[in-house]
Design a protein. Structure first.
Length: 317
């Protein structure tokens, strides 16, 4: 069986190199399809043991993204209820992503000093405490500062998760493992949006529920038996070099980030001012998340078949 699998994989490689032209086209296509299916099965088999070993980390990721997704919509609605202008609400959103960028660059040394588990527990605790602090301080500029702190701590949590996953993945299982990670993240984010319906954004119940989710995210990681990954490499950010390598990719990331941050920050406010009730706002935001989930696979396949710049232009239009 293993010989047959390796023969098919070799045949697929030769097909990619255009070395199978002497064979009939129909036979080449059948062999190619069989090789592709078996390659995917082997990748899935390689990834499943790692997913099981890191199941506690995956559960923490889901709780983290569920709480963060819920709070992102909640804070925009609460700011609108408090009468803050849209410009201030947009500034709060920008502050969050500014803090996220800071956390991305500064988290590595902390992880290397105290380890992944302690770092995740610290970052999640800071995030939860910051989240509950919004109930104590009803001042817009204080909320801007709190959003910076929250963005930095959330970035720390994500870096712990993703560096841990990337360290445990192999070249054969990395794609499947990251796909599972992204799918769980999207599903948790959509569930978090629906959790907005449990209470009134003008009260405290939804804030408390989001804080509870962040605290519970610590438990699976704190109790995991998985071994510590290797130290995290210190990131070197060189935007000029990135732009010289792939100007389209960098521009797309910048524009995509601007669009998504506007959606997360002002989408709930737009829905509320359009007359949507809480259930409808939750559904409106969930649809945006589910749309991103459903388009992952088709867009990925299109980008593998066609020029990625053309695919990016088509999606943008």
């Amino acid at each position: 069986m293993h010989r047959y699998i390796w023969c098919l994989c070799l045949t697929y490689t030769l097909y990619q190199k255009n070395f199978l032209f002497p064979f009939p086209l129909r036979e080449r296509r059948r062999t190619l399809r069989a090789a592709q299916i078996l390659t995917r099965i082997l990748s899935l088999r390689n990834a499943l043991p790692i997913v099981r070993a890191l199941s506690s980390l995956m559960l923490s990721v889901m709780l983290l993204m569920m709480g963060n997704s819920l709070f992102t919509t909640l804070i925009a609605l609460r700011a609108d209820i408090e009468g803050y202008p849209n410009e201030m609400i947009g500034l709060m959103t920008s502050a969050y992503f500014f803090g996220f960028a800071i956390g991305t660059l500064r988290t590595g040394p902390i992880i290397n000093r105290v380890g992944h588990i302690r770092s995740f527990a610290a970052f999640a605790a800071i995030t939860s405490a910051t989240m509950l602090s919004f109930l104590l301080i009803l001042e817009p500029w204080a909320w801007v500062v709190l959003r910076i702190i929250m963005g930095a701590s959330i970035a720390g949590c994500f870096i712990v998760n993703e560096s841990w996953l990337n360290n445990r993945a192999t070249n054969q299982s990395r794609g499947v493992l990251l796909s599972v990670y992204m799918m769980l993240g999207y599903l948790a984010s959509a569930t978090g949006q629906q959790s907005l319906q449990i209470g009134n954004p003008g009260g405290v119940n939804v804030f408390l529920f989001a804080g509870i989710l962040l605290i519970l995210a610590i438990v699976p990681v704190a109790l995991t038996r998985a071994t510590h990954p290797d130290p995290v490499a210190k990131p070197q950010l060189d935007l000029r070099r990135l732009f010289s390598i792939s100007p389209t990719a960098l521009s797309g990331c910048m524009l995509g980030g601007a669009i998504m941050s506007s959606m997360w920050g002002l989408g709930p406010v737009y829905a509320r001012e359009s007359g949507f009730d809480i259930d409808q706002i939750a559904t409106f935001m969930s649809i945006a998340v589910v749309g991103g989930l459903l388009l992952q696979l088709p867009v990925g396949r299109l980008s593998d078949r066609f020029d990625r710049r053309t695919v990016l232009l088509g999606i943008s239009v």
